[in-house]
Each structure stands twice: as structure tokens, then as C-alpha cells.
Design a protein around this ligand. Structure first.
Ligand SMILES: Cc1ncc(COP(=O)(O)O)c(C=O)c1O
Length: 406
């Protein structure tokens, strides 16, 4: 086990770090010497001395040793071309008004909209909050389903607004008629409607027809936030990206992120696509604080279609393999159009999640009311292997298999 930990860290950290350091003209030998020297200095300088340094190191070791299947990240991180662009952008680290590789124009062009239709955010999480700050107020309501991406609802609660949370259907799809009905009934108080498409945590899409039905049957002045964080992964032919509604001038905000397929979650970059009047309404609430590395990296990531295609192929292969293996053990999972899936364990997942953690595998949190479903993000081949090994071990050691008659 410890051998695997070390070799995995060397493989992932080593290759990525070597690529980044190489671009800076630092050889591995120089890097090693610098790390040794930093450790020596750290021992002398950090108050409390070596124990504190060790505590910091053990935190890193613990994190790096985990299989990260809990937050729907790209296990490989940014592509080599994206890393190169970010390394280049370091030279602007001390600047404010630096060239940013025209990231906003490039994003706009990729969607066939104008620069004025784009609002940049430090992750799409910032965009979701900007929408809340713009269109909610104490007593105003966001309409959406549960479970979905909860940040929208918790942010609403934080600003004393309300959320009307509609249940999913028995097949875990979103019921668009119920959404329309709730919006019309609460029309005066509705700040906006939230549609996560595909939905996190289920991985299931609303179809293009359902989105059209929603927009055709609610008052035109009700803003609709469509969160397309996972749209790259979708293959369902009934699904369509909703940008056409922005082009038509409908009160629709689309949220996008570089955190998922592009592997840039820690870089914090996302954006909104919306009609210009909505961008003007939202702008005062936005910080615009996207860093230089993220801006340069984002352009390179969009251009690197080879890296995106290989990520998609990897994701599909390991998602479907894991789902098939789990089905072979008697555990059905929801069909997924994303880089995660939910498996039904037939019992509360919280203690099972702890058992995974003890085996070095981090899996998704609770998503009430789906407390019997475990959300699993697609990791590297090695991480997926560790997940399956842990799954079989945990289920053998609990009564889960026997209780299901396996
Ligand atoms: C549906 C959805 N929207 C938005 C986000 C926020 O992503 P970020 O702020 O990293 O762009 C996430 C992150 O997991 C997500 O799952």
C-alpha cells in the first residue's frame, strides 16, 4: 500500500512538476536541492520548529494519497498545453492591466455571441452567487429541484431569500411541468429558476424540449439560470446547450466552468453567457477577480481539443466499466451524462463513505433526500481500481451483500 502511495505521487506529481519546472529552466537536480534547502530553512524559521513542518507535510501526504472521487474533478489536471500557457502567464504575476490572451473575446467567439454577453467569474460558483445577489432579495424565491447543486440554495438562504425545492421524479429526472407550475404560482416572488443541466448529483439531463417547454410556459421576465458545468460530457441526442436562448434575448443566464473537463478547479475560472442587459444587471455584483494564469490557461484549454477528447474517452470508459462492475455485484446506478454517477446502495451511505475514507478513497457527500445513493466521480484508472477494490472489501465486511441476498 505504501509503495503504491509513493509511486503514484511520484508519477503524477513528478511528471507534472517536471513539465512545469522544465519550462522554467530548472533541472530536477536543482529542484531537489531547493526543496532540501527549503526544508532546512523551514525547520529553523517556522515557529514551533520541526513538528509544525511535519504536520504540514503530513497534511499534504494524506491529501495526495487519497483517491479523489468526491468532487467531480478531472484527475489529470490541466493539459500540457494549458500548463505551458499558465507557466508563460507567470510573467504577469505582479501586474494589474496585463494582456490576458483575449480570454473573454475567445469565449464569446466560441459561442457565437458578443464580448458583452460574457461575464467572467472566479469559477462558475461565483457566477451562481452573482445571479443570486442580482435577482434575489429577502423574501424572494429561487425555484429548483432537490437534490441539485446546493450552493445556489445555500447562498439564497444566506441572503435571507427562500428556495422552493421540488422533488425529482421516481426515475430521478426533473419534472418541468411542476417547475412551470411553481414558477407561475409564485410569480411575483420568484427571483429566478435554477436548472442544473445535466443535474449534479444525478448526472441526468433535461432535454432540449423540456427546456423549451419551461421557457415557453413561464412569464418572459422571470430569469432562468441554466448551469451547464458538465455539458461537455453529454452524449444524449435529446440534450442541447441553451445558448440559442441568449442569442434570442431571453432572460437566460448560462453558467460555464473550466473546473471540470479542463481540470482547472483550483485555478478558479468560469463565466456567464447572458443577454447584455442581464450582464449589466449582474456586473456590479461580480468581483471580476480571475487571475492571469487562469485566463491564459483557459484559452489554451479551449484550443486543446485533443486533450478534451481524450478526457471524454477516458471518462466514458471508466464510468461505464465501474457501473457494469457494480451491476455485476447487484448494485444498480443511475445512467450518467457526466464525469460522475450515483450508485444505489439500498441503505444509508454515510457509514459506507467513512469506510471508503479509511481505505484511502474519498467519495461524494450526502445528497438528501437520496441518502441511499453514493456519488462517485470518475478518477484515473488507478483510482477507479482502488474504488472497486474498496467497494468489494467494504461490502464483504458489512452485511450489505448478505442483506441483499448476494
Ligand atoms: C453543477 C455545478 N455548478 C457549479 C459548480 C462550481 O464549479 P466552479 O466554481 O469550480 O466553477 C460545480 C462544482 O462542482 C457544479 O457541480
Amino acid at each position: 500500500m505504501s509503495d503504491r502511495k509513493v509511486s503514484r505521487r511520484h508519477f503524477v506529481g513528478g511528471a507534472t512538476a517536471a513539465a512545469a519546472l522544465g519550462t522554467l529552466g530548472i533541472t530536477p537536480e536543482i529542484a531537489e536541492a531547493k526543496i532540501r534547502r527549503a526544508a532546512e530553512i523551514g525547520v529553523r524559521r517556522i515557529p514551533g520548529g520541526p513538528p509544525m513542518l511535519r504536520a504540514w507535510q503530513s497534511q499534504v501526504d494524506e491529501y495526495d494519497a487519497l483517491a479523489h472521487l468526491s468532487s467531480n474533478e478531472n484527475p489529470f489536471g490541466p493539459s500540457a498545453k494549458t500548463l505551458d500557457a499558465m507557466t508563460y502567464a507567470f510573467k504577469y504575476s505582479m501586474r494589474y492591466g496585463y494582456p490576458d490572451n483575449n480570454v473573454q473575446e475567445r469565449i464569446a467567439a466560441s459561442h457565437g455571441v458578443d464580448r458583452g454577453n460574457i461575464l467572467m467569474g472566479a469559477g462558475s460558483g461565483e457566477i451562481l452567487e452573482v445571479v443570486g445577489l442580482t435577482y434575489l432579495a429577502p423574501g424572494k424565491k429561487v425555484i429548483g429541484v432537490e437534490p441539485s447543486y446546493g450552493q445556489v440554495y445555500s447562498h439564497a438562504a444566506g441572503i435571507d431569500a427562500d428556495a422552493i425545492l421540488l422533488p425529482l421524479e421516481p426515475d430521478y429526472t426533473q419534472n418541468v411541468e411542476r417547475m412551470v407550475d411553481a414558477t407561475n404560482r409564485h410569480y411575483r416572488d420568484v427571483g429566478f429558476v435554477y436548472v442544473c443541466n445535466p443535474n449534479n448529483p444525478t448526472g441526468i439531463c433535461m432535454t432540449a424540449d423540456e427546456i423549451a417547454y419551461l421557457l415557453d410556459n413561464i412569464p418572459e421576465d422571470v430569469p432562468v439560470l441554466i448551469d451547464e458545468a458538465y455539458h461537455h460530457f453529454v452524449e444524449d441526442p435529446a440534450y442541447r446547450e441553451s445558448i440559442e436562448y441568449v442569442r434570442q434575448g431571453r432572460r437566460v443566464v448560462i453558467a460555464r466552468t473550466f473546473s471540470k473537463i479542463y481540470g482547472m478547479a483550483a485555478m478558479r475560472i468560469g463565466y456567464a453567457i447572458a443577454p447584455e442587459d442581464m450582464i449589466d444587471e449582474m456586473q456590479p455584483w461580480s468581483t471580476g477577480s480571475v487571475n492571469a494564469l487562469a485566463r491564459w490557461g483557459a484559452v489554451a484549454a479551449m484550443d486543446d481539443t485533443e486533450a478534451s477528447s481524450s478526457m471524454l474517452a477516458h471518462n466514458k470508459k471508466w464510468r461505464e466499466q465501474a457501473r457494469a462492475e457494480l451491476a455485476g455485484l447487484g448494485y444498480e446506478s443511475l445512467p450518467s451524462e457526466t464525469n460522475f454517477f450515483m450508485v444505489n446502495l439500498g441503505r444509508t451511505v454515510a457509514p459506507i463513505r467513512q469506510a471508503f475514507r479509511e481505505r484511502g478513497v474519498a467519495v461524494g457527500r450526502d445528497f438528501p433526500p437520496m441518502l441511499d445513493h453514493l456519488r462517485v466521480s470518475i478518477g484515473s484508472e488507478e483510482e477507479m481500481g482502488r474504488f472497486m477494490t474498496a467497494f468489494e472489501d467494504i461490502l464483504r465486511k458489512t452485511s450489505l451483500m448478505s442483506s441483499r441476498g448476494d
